[in-house]
Design a protein around this ligand. Structure first.
Ligand code: SAM
Length: 305
């Protein structure tokens, strides 16, 4: 079951899309004073070395974050003019983990979220990771932050574990606020059904939460159906939604025998910030202009509710 290791994929085009949307969404939510509970149901190891063994093998960051920095923030040169604010925020955050200027470290979603947490323990972060090795690495990485009770790491099934945290406890002002990232590896087909069942249940328990669900765009019926199903669930619950996709197209150096790898993915956001659509309409064309490889490339931002 546990053949998936995110380290192979850290910083790829899917991470660029996912983490750009995560940052833009959380930054907006944190404009409000009240504390918020952040939940990462599938956290991964937390921090990845871009020059390590795993990433060398797959090298997927080369077609993702590395390419983005080379184009929009080339070393030793002034950053490209008129970069969309969401991409600037994404690159600023990644750059803060790489003070030497060279891209050596990639922060996964737990560290992206931790970076945005506000002081005075106003916000809470709950992390779930089931892989025996990755959960140990995650716990060790998080321990170094000395964040105390502000961050909890659980080696538990994220689909089940969140039930204890939603609805979240009230903040000091009495409001209940939570944002959740659901980012399974989908290596087992049942993940698709578990995502929609879990979201359906949580929308009943806590309809006002912000739910961010990443999904792969691959030729598989379950993958195709997931965003449609999430749209139906949002509409049934009368909640607004946003669906953003990025397809980088086929690798022109690949022959017909080569495995194509993942070329496209999407992020479905339920109860998105009202500003998110415009933010992504500015950012995604620039993301695609840098990461797109030709045939099959494209981006979309769709919303409703
Ligand atoms: N969210 C991370 C990020 O953006 O940096 C990447 C997560 S990776 C795509 C998916 C992770 O989910 C893997 O590390 C895998 O071990 C873990 N996993 C798989 N099934 C799980 C489950 N039921 N509950 C919690 N974690 C699970």
């Amino acid at each position: 079951m546990f053949s998936y290791r995110h380290a192979f994929h850290a910083g790829n085009h899917a991470d660029v899309l996912k983490h750009t949307i995560l940052i833009a969404t959380l930054r907006h939510l944190m404009q409000k004073e009240a504390g918020i509970t952040l939940i990462d149901t599938h956290a991964g190891a937390g921090l990845y070395r871009l020059d390590g063994d795993y990433t060398e093998t797959g090298g997927e960051a080369k077609d993702g974050v590395v390419k983005l920095f080379a184009a929009l923030r080339p070393a030793g040169k002034p950053p490209a003019a008129a970069v969309a604010p969401a991409l600037t925020e994404y690159m600023d955050l990644i750059a803060s983990f790489n003070p030497s200027g060279a891209l050596r470290v990639y922060p996964g979603s737990p560290f992206v979220m931790h970076h945005l947490l506000r002081a005075e323990s106003r916000d809470r972060l709950k992390l779930f990771e089931l892989h025996p090795t990755d959960s140990k690495v995650l716990a060790a990485n998080i321990a170094q932050l000395e964040a105390g009770r502000q961050i909890a790491v659980a080696r538990e099934d994220g689909f089940e574990g969140i039930k204890a945290y939603l609805p979240p406890p009230p903040s000091a002002s009495g409001s209940k606020r939570a944002a959740l990232l659901m980012d399974p590896s989908y290596e087992v087909k049942t993940d698709y059904g578990r995502v929609s069942a879990c979201i359906q249940e949580q929308l009943k328990r806590f309809p006002t939460g912000t739910y961010m669900i990443w999904y792969p765009i691959i030729p598989r019926p379950e993958a195709h159906d997931l965003p449609r199903r999430l749209k139906t669930l949002s509409n049934q619950s009368k909640r607004p939604w946003l669906n953003a996709t990025l397809a980088i197209g086929q690798d022109p150096t690949h022959g017909p025998e080569d495995r194509p790898g993942l070329t496209a993915s999407g992020m479905f956001v339920i109860n998105p910030p009202h500003t998110l659509k415009a933010v992504l309409q500015a950012a995604l064309p620039q993301m695609l202009a840098v990461l797109g490889r030709g045939r099959g490339q494209g981006q979309t931002v769709d919303s409703g509710g």
